[in-house]
Design a protein around this ligand. Sequence first.
Ligand SMILES: Cc1cc2nc3c(=O)[nH]c(=O)nc-3n(C[C@H](O)[C@H](O)[C@H](O)COP(=O)(O)OP(=O)(O)OC[C@H]3O[C@@H](n4cnc5c(N)ncnc54)[C@H](O)[C@@H]3O)c2cc1C
Length: 407
Amino acid sequence: MALTAPAEAVGSLQPIVWHEPRGSYEVVIIGGGGHGLATAYYLATRHGITNVAVVEADYIASGNTGRNTTIIRANYAIPEAIRFYDHSMKLYEGLEAETGAAIFHRKKGHVWIAHSEMGMRTERGRVLMNQAMGVDTELLDPAGVKALVPQIDLTGGGRYPILGASHHVEAATARHDRVAWAYASGATNRGVHVIQHRTVTGLLRDGDRVVGVETAAGPIRAGVVLSAVGGRVSQLAGMARVRLPVRTHPLHAFVTNDFEQGLDKIVASTELACYVSQTERGQMLIGAEFDSQPSFSRISSFDALRSYAYKITALLPFLRSMRILRTWAGLCDISADFSPIMGDTGVDGLLITTGWGTWGFKAIPAGGEAMAERIATGRTPDLIAPFGLDRFRNELAMADQASAGTR
Ligand SMILES: Cc1cc2nc3c(=O)[nH]c(=O)nc-3n(C[C@H](O)[C@H](O)[C@H](O)COP(=O)(O)OP(=O)(O)OC[C@H]3O[C@@H](n4cnc5c(N)ncnc54)[C@H](O)[C@@H]3O)c2cc1C
């Protein structure tokens, strides 16, 4: 039996068709976040593989996909990452046309300010590397920063002077939950099953091979299992006795009350580990660094809130008159080199997409597309080949911490 969610509940999105789960599928994807849903969508649309189930412990986008600050950019500092995120950014640009779903994709530009000579050196290097890879990023002096962000205090409250910035022209934002729903509806309308409120509690084995998942409502067999479980990845990998170079850290964000539209750019400071953009509704959406202590807590602390608010108001004093409406946290799967991990796990039948940390929303289209290709063809696409788990064993880490934008 197929149940259809009412169209009006999702605006211009296509309704999602909910199916009764079966006992076995060609592909089972664990985790109904952006990466799991996008992989299912591209399996169906690019490869005609629809005998697929996405098994989600809670509701879709209940993890980091529905908790993030929605920044989409490609201004990374290493060629492999720039190439990957640039492709993702382009897929995002075409996503509304491809899926017919309104995801509120808006190009804004990302101004990454520097407060020290070392910070300027980092931004100069980023601009050169971006331009060499064909990505539109320019270097700004303080006057250039002021021209793009008139509200900014160039003295940083007398404490964090602004020496310049890089400006990544193509950076954008999009509504996070709509992205998840666009992929979910695109997939379910082609026959993919999205099974919500069902936690995977174990992996089925046949000798060394993973052949399905165990859930509270019984086993589901699968030809291939993909783990896309966000911050819960260590437990999931542990079920297959795989140890990953990943730790889970909470990351916080908050929004203020509405304000008339006027902050056109996404403004970020790596040195202060804070950033802000204005939402469609007019709220200021503010993010910061992840907690240094690994944990699975999604409780926001007043101390953290005070510290982010202090830094961001030093840069944009008009924020002082605003009220904080909501704060929340997500559980980020931070890899040892601050780059994602995609592909084989070394366990037959089990693939992984993880290490998305504080930066994986922008990667959802390209990550999903590449994982779908890996599953459908058995070959790892060139775009994600540098991001395999084996890089840690082969001393080919993709260190790019300064591009994570938080810590
Ligand atoms: C506050 C915050 C701000 C951020 N800002 C940005 C940003 O501006 N730009 C950016 O690019 N990235 C950002 N990120 C990071 C981004 O949100 C994540 O990297 C991305 O959403 C990861 O998607 P995912 O599908 O891998 O994981 P998730 O969206 O977390 O999905 C994983 C899903 O797996 C499910 N699951 C877990 N265990 C099981 C199980 N055993 N069985 C079944 N299901 C299970 C969970 O319930 C969850 O729904 C931010 C993150 C946070 C927390």
